[in-house]
Design a protein around this ligand. Sequence first.
Ligand code: 4FV
Length: 248
Amino acid sequence: MKFDIVTIFPRMIDAGLEEGVVGRARERGLLDIAVHNLRDFTTDRHHVVDDVPFGGGPGMVMKPEPLFAAMAAIVERRGQPGAVVLLTPAGRPFSQGEAKRFAALGHVAVLCGRYEGIDERVRERWATDEVSIGDYVLSGGELPALVVIDAVARLVPGVVGDDQSVEGDSFERGLLDFPHYTRPADFAGMRVPEVLTSGHHGEIRRWRRRQALRRTFERRPDLLETAVLDDEERGWLREWNATRARTE
Ligand code: 4FV
């Protein structure tokens, strides 16, 4: 899987992609990540990448020329990306589904804005997808870019050691994750649920499905509209809704 990232802070991106499964996957050649310093695509000796906004107002705007030059160089050197992702609060909310879609493309370019944002003509000419990681304003697109790249990279076969762990991920079935425990079985007066030390794998799977569903029911009922549930799970939901109706 190829990633191209355009940023004025390449060290921020490198630092976020050197460790853990993503760092190892880069070493193993499963991920080919190129970080492009936007200032390398300026032509003035001060490597200026921003300018005052037309129409006045606070802050600065990222100039179109360096971003156009960077994208043209990426296409020439690395090929046409399957998607050019602009990180912006005005974008589509990022999700596991979006991560899967990007992972299937094999090559994604990511534009990291700074200041008030980038010149609109860059979005019009280059951006195929505008993505937001949440309804809050950050000082730059680098952290959102790392969020997106990490989520997509984990879906590349072989990146996460045990593919099962990806299949078992939250949101894979559109549900929140079940609780996790490890040794010691007894700690601070708290005991690990018996079923998890029972060795009864069928019961363990069932307990985990019920826990994942219960958490989703309590914390993110909105996810239940699109979650993939079986008859038993639908039965549990009916039971919990009936209990809730009785107690309200
Ligand atoms: C953001 C977000 C975000 C806005 C202006 C960068 C900042 C600055 N990106 N999800 N939330 N971006 O706040 O994606 O250029």
